[in-house]
Design a protein around this ligand. Structure first.
Ligand code: C2E
Ligand code: MG
Ligand code: MG
Ligand code: MG
Length: 289
């Protein structure tokens, strides 16, 4: 998907003439610093429960606003972090900030779920569960309100290690979700063996679902399969009202997308959630990147 196509785009250029290569090298050097200097920011995108239309949670999405390059998409720097090992301090930083946000949500009476994206490399870190549990406890965060999102590719990268760490996380009470479902290595028999609670149907199937019958068939089939395996199903990339209500009629559990709200910094998220009224149709875009 997006991350891998970015890499492919890089590889067809000659290294000498590719300006992005210089950028890539400079970003690599700066990432560690950026973590320490708070140049990275977390944005939060709401998810709603389609049955009640209430806000059920938020996904944590990282942003890097670079002094020279401006906005750098996570699809560009997360793969760099993964290749260099910086993903370890980065994911710990993300979890700590996310738990602080969760703590402030709880203290303002919004006891919603928080979904955090996790990389393949985190599933090889033998201290991951212990560190995450420690940081959660420091912020009085209930682990059953935390969902960790993994892609199928991340799980397949090293299935044995992944399964071990996923079992550890699951036993600790953390919920697990398969992100971008349908774009990766969809081995259904393997999925059955994973301690997974949720699947997120990739936005490429959802975005044009209202107009595209094939997409609708894929979404519906995935939904039925997920429910038959007792999984919660999230649709990401809900960009219009027709899609939102179609998903609701199909019995999809949760929805996330620009039509509901864009990812927002924490302050805007609080403004958004305090103004959200479930009996109305969801408000469109407020602000965000
Ligand atoms: P993802 O986890 O699948 O995240 C969903 C992406 O879809 C986000 O892009 C979000 O901004 C975007 N999105 C949400 N609603 C809509 C919509 O209605 N239409 C469209 N077209 N897009 C929508 P973003 O924030 O650029 O993140 C891209 C990817 O980067 C994420 O995909 C995830 O794989 C990775 N990523 C983001 N934050 C983190 C992080 O904190 N840690 C790790 N390891 N990866 C992250
Ligand atoms: Mg995700
Ligand atoms: Mg996704
Ligand atoms: Mg993705």
């Amino acid at each position: 998907e997006a991350a891998s196509s970015t890499n492919e785009k890089f590889s067809i250029y000659s290294h000498e003439i590719d300006p992005y290569n210089a950028r890539r090298i400079s970003l690599l050097g700066e990432l560690r610093n950026a973590i320490e200097k708070d140049a990275l920011q977390l944005y939060f995108q709401p998810q709603i429960c389609l049955d009640t239309m209430q806000v059920s949670g938020a996904e944590v999405l990282i942003r890097w606003i670079h002094p020279e390059y401006g906005f750098i998409p996570p699809d560009e720097f997360i793969p760099l972090a993964e290749r260099t090992g910086v993903i370890h301090p980065l994911t710990y930083w993300i979890c700590r900030k996310a738990f602080e946000f969760k703590h402030s949500l709880d203290s303002q009476g919004y006891n919603i779920n928080l979904s955090i994206n996790i990389s393949a490399r985190n599933l090889q870190d033998p201290h991951f569960k212990e560190q995450v549990c420690k940081m959660a406890a420091e912020n009085k965060v209930q682990l059953n309100k935390i969902i960790m999102e993994l892609t199928e590719t991340a799980v397949m990268y090293d299935p044995e290690d992944a399964l071990r760490i996923m079992n550890d996380l699951s036993e600790a009470g953390i919920r697990l979700s398969i992100d971008d479902f349908g774009t990766g290595y969809s081995s259904l028999s393997y999925l059955k063996r994973l301690p997974v609670d949720e699947i997120k149907i990739d936005r490429s199937f959802v975005m044009e679902m209202a107009k595209n019958n094939d997409d609708q068939v894929i979404v519906n089939t995935t939904l039925m399969m997920g429910h038959n395996l007792s999984l919660e199903v999230v649709a990401e990339g809900v960009e219009d009202e027709a899609t939102l209500y179609k998903l609701k009629d199909m019995g999809c559990d949760l929805a996330q997308g620009y039509h509901i709200a864009r990812p927002m910094p924490s302050h805007d998220f609080f403004t958004w959630i305090s103004g959200y009224r479930a009996h109305q149709r969801p408000q469109a875009v407020i602000k965000g990147v």
